[in-house]
Design a binder for this molecule. Structure first.
Ligand SMILES: [Mg+2]
Length: 229
């Protein structure tokens, strides 16, 4: 489907990028289920009861949402704990080397790259620093601290990143169904990045404008000289 990329990218000036997946695997070194377990431990150590439904949650972002739903008075604390742990994880995260070609192509074609992520902005900033990528990103839109409802599939972070730029001049690249849903809600087209088996069908089914299994065709299309009209 990568042949459809050229028309999709024509006139696009803002490339919105999901972080975990397209840029790196944030929990490659400090696994997500370990982060969730440490969150529970910290909350328990602070004297708060752990709800039964939190016990088996291995996704720390889903755990944060669950805490928000069942014990909203704890969400600010839980988010601060998760932010610390994500920042620790970011220092062990694994770069997706293909993203470097996308960043180069955007820089060379005068496009702005903005990161739009459910992860904490502080953790993303720490990762970019460590990877030497800070200067190649125009802005970071992480979840609003203490407000997990801002996370995708909410369109909020995407709308913040789009600012005054018309949706047809933006494109969003994400690897999860919730990314496609957030893109739809924000009125921006989403390129699905199917970086694991089974994701092509999921992202296509969710309504992604195009689905790619590698970011390299995207980098090539961003470099192509015929897309600036
Ligand atoms: Mg992702």
């Amino acid at each position: 489907m990568s042949g459809a990329l050229g028309p999709l990218l024509r006139g696009v000036t803002r490339v919105l990028l999901d972080f975990d997946g397209p840029v790196c695997s944030i929990f490659a070194g400090l696994p997500a289920d370990e982060v969730a377990a440490r969150m529970r431990r910290r909350i328990g150590d602070a004297g708060h009861a752990i709800e039964r439904e939190w016990e088996d949650e291995g996704d720390p972002l889903a755990l944060l949402s669950s805490i928000n739903e069942t014990r909203p008075e704890l969400v600010a604390y839980a988010d601060a704990v998760l932010t610390e742990l994500e920042t620790e994880a970011a220092l062990l995260a694994r770069l997706n080397p293909e993203i470097l070609d996308v960043l180069d192509a955007c820089a060379n074609s005068g496009r702005t790259v903005l990161l739009v992520s459910n992860n904490a902005g502080r953790a993303i900033g720490a990762y970019l620093d460590r990877a030497g990528l800070t200067d190649r990103v125009g802005g970071v839109f992480g979840r609003v601290p203490g407000e997990p409802a801002s996370m995708k599939p909410s369109p909020r972070l995407l709308l913040d990143a789009m600012g005054e730029t018309a949706p047809e001049r933006c494109v969003f690249i994400g690897d999860a169904v919730r990314d496609v849903e957030a893109g739809d809600a924000a009125g921006v087209r989403t390129i699905g990045y199917a970086n694991k088996p089974g994701k092509v069908a999921k992202l296509t089914g969710a309504g992604a404008a195009v689905v790619v299994e590698s970011l390299l065709p995207l980098a090539a299309a961003l470099t192509s000289p015929d897309i600036h009209t």
